[in-house]
Design a protein around this ligand. Sequence first.
Ligand SMILES: *[C@@H]1O[C@H](CO)[C@@H](O)[C@H](O)[C@H]1NC(C)=O
Ligand SMILES: *[C@@H]1O[C@H](CO)[C@@H](O)[C@H](O)[C@H]1NC(C)=O
Ligand SMILES: *[C@@H]1O[C@H](CO)[C@@H](O)[C@H](O)[C@H]1NC(C)=O
Ligand SMILES: *[C@@H]1O[C@H](CO)[C@@H](O)[C@H](O)[C@H]1NC(C)=O
Ligand SMILES: *[C@@H]1O[C@H](CO)[C@@H](O)[C@H](O)[C@H]1NC(C)=O
Ligand SMILES: *[C@@H]1O[C@H](CO)[C@@H](O)[C@H](O)[C@H]1NC(C)=O
Ligand SMILES: *[C@@H]1O[C@H](CO)[C@@H](O)[C@H](O)[C@H]1NC(C)=O
Ligand SMILES: *[C@@H]1O[C@H](CO)[C@@H](O)[C@H](O)[C@H]1NC(C)=O
Ligand SMILES: *[C@@H]1O[C@H](CO)[C@@H](O)[C@H](O)[C@H]1NC(C)=O
Ligand SMILES: *[C@@H]1O[C@H](CO)[C@@H](O)[C@H](O)[C@H]1NC(C)=O
Ligand SMILES: *[C@@H]1O[C@H](CO)[C@@H](O)[C@H](O)[C@H]1NC(C)=O
Ligand SMILES: *[C@@H]1O[C@H](CO)[C@@H](O)[C@H](O)[C@H]1NC(C)=O
Length: 419
Amino acid sequence: MARIGGARGLPLAAALLVFLQMSSSAFEVKDQSGKVCIIANLSVSFSVEYLTKNRQQLTAYFTLPQNAEVLANKSSCGKENASDPVLAIGFGEGHLLQMNFAKASKLYSVKELTFLYNLSDTKVFPNSTGGTKTVLQKPNIQADLDTRYRCFSTNQINLLNVNITLSNVTLQAYLVNHTLSGNETVCDADKTPTTPVVATTTSQTPTTSQAPTAPPQNPGTGKYNVTGTNGTCVLAYMGLQLNVTYLRKDGKTGLDVLNFVPVNTSFSGSCDNSSAFLNLTFGETRLVFRFLLNTSTDKFFLQGVNVSTTLPSEAKDPNVEAANNSMSELRATVGNSYKCNAEEKLWVKDGVFVNLFNVQVQVFKIDENKFGAVEECQLDENNMVIPIIVGAALAGLVLIVLIAYLIGRKRSHAGYQTI
Ligand SMILES: *[C@@H]1O[C@H](CO)[C@@H](O)[C@H](O)[C@H]1NC(C)=O
Ligand SMILES: *[C@@H]1O[C@H](CO)[C@@H](O)[C@H](O)[C@H]1NC(C)=O
Ligand SMILES: *[C@@H]1O[C@H](CO)[C@@H](O)[C@H](O)[C@H]1NC(C)=O
Ligand SMILES: *[C@@H]1O[C@H](CO)[C@@H](O)[C@H](O)[C@H]1NC(C)=O
Ligand SMILES: *[C@@H]1O[C@H](CO)[C@@H](O)[C@H](O)[C@H]1NC(C)=O
Ligand SMILES: *[C@@H]1O[C@H](CO)[C@@H](O)[C@H](O)[C@H]1NC(C)=O
Ligand SMILES: *[C@@H]1O[C@H](CO)[C@@H](O)[C@H](O)[C@H]1NC(C)=O
Ligand SMILES: *[C@@H]1O[C@H](CO)[C@@H](O)[C@H](O)[C@H]1NC(C)=O
Ligand SMILES: *[C@@H]1O[C@H](CO)[C@@H](O)[C@H](O)[C@H]1NC(C)=O
Ligand SMILES: *[C@@H]1O[C@H](CO)[C@@H](O)[C@H](O)[C@H]1NC(C)=O
Ligand SMILES: *[C@@H]1O[C@H](CO)[C@@H](O)[C@H](O)[C@H]1NC(C)=O
Ligand SMILES: *[C@@H]1O[C@H](CO)[C@@H](O)[C@H](O)[C@H]1NC(C)=O
């Protein structure tokens, strides 16, 4: 369904490079009478993971541009006890960065930082599938009332698929004098210059409504067939997942889990008397299964798997080609089908696995395009053992209770008769 994992961190070096090119700009929110109630001067950089049309996961890096502007009709000075002051900054093709403020006795804070991004903006999100997404979180930004908040250090706010990095921040809400206060509240990161540059927020509860990448799920079950000279020679129902662990450009380890989407998977293949291919293509990923016939035992089995795929661009080597041609999996007697409900992990090479879900497969001899008798895999049979033991134990227990009851009844009958 989706590539999962991938980017594990905006590399610090890249982040610093981005910042060097950044400039700060000042934003002001005014009320109807023209009084300024919020001033903010800050640099913002974004990294956003998104999926492309061919289901690759990319990360877009961009900054708040020069032409970003306060959206007057989305911003507000707020009404006491009724609504919050809001700073809404619009940029690019419909992107929105918004801060909602709140105050309590002597403090004010950013109650919510919201980022709405438009995936149809192909300048920022090339090859994206489009649509808009909204992420929001409470960042760690607060200051004493009537002071300006100052944080020159970077403050990275991590959401599920978006990181927002603030730096060179000077801001103040609930302005008294229409200008920044002479007094300032300095953030902790600025107070201790020996600590690392990146200050993370304390609140880490992402509240993404719609995440571009879902948590790992099982792939859907696809139905694949190959036709040979004597009719259908490969029939396979299965869910397919590719799991690749790879080295990233920054030296860290990336993980790419790709679920094949059956409707978007094309298949082909060929068969001869003793070998059969099933070739599957999903986006830029191609799998080839090679089945062999063992004529002495009259069994078919999966002998080889070839994988070729393209990893996210953060990978040091995005092109993966892997093969294992010494397998002996999915084995069953010709005319029967192999079946396994448990997940089967096929090792292709180090860091490359093809995971199979809900497999049923039959090769070479298939009558009327239907599966023959089922040969269940060992894993499923092992899973059956526990229910059988439990069932047998329960049956035994019922029997004991029944016998005890019958004996008891007989005794009490005997008792009545003596009276
Ligand atoms: C955000 O940062 C975290 C930790 O620094 C990292 O694991 C994650 O991959 C980053 N996400 C993006 C979209 O850059
Ligand atoms: C912050 O502001 C200082 C002074 O204007 C500037 O030298 C520095 O590059 C800025 N940093 C960022 C990340 O914008
Ligand atoms: C914003 O802050 C930067 C330094 O962080 C400063 O150089 C710049 O002049 C400020 N802009 C405004 C409009 O105050
Ligand atoms: C907000 O203002 C912009 C132009 O400044 C306008 O295009 C947009 O329709 C307005 N939105 C609302 C909700 O009034
Ligand atoms: C807002 O609420 C506080 C206490 O809850 C009250 O003292 C104050 O008068 C209220 N202000 C307005 C404008 O209603
Ligand atoms: C976008 O898609 C085209 C064609 O599919 C491809 O050539 C190009 O490299 C893609 N761009 C990115 C940034 O992935
Ligand atoms: C408001 O501005 C005046 C002078 O312009 C200054 O004396 C006063 O301290 C300011 N008040 C606050 C709360 O900043
Ligand atoms: C600014 O700080 C000074 C000294 O700490 C204090 O006397 C003054 O009241 C403060 N002004 C504001 C507006 O908080
Ligand atoms: C799979 O089976 C369908 C229906 O029996 C048939 O139309 C199709 O050609 C077969 N595909 C292959 C690759 O053999
Ligand atoms: C299937 O893959 C094998 C091995 O790469 C190749 O020899 C064969 O031509 C492919 N068949 C089809 C129909 O794509
Ligand atoms: C097709 O069937 C014929 C006759 O049963 C047999 O001789 C031949 O080997 C079969 N071909 C394949 C590819 O199984
Ligand atoms: C992917 O493979 C790695 C090891 O290579 C493993 O730790 C991880 O659990 C696998 N993930 C899935 C979803 O199979």
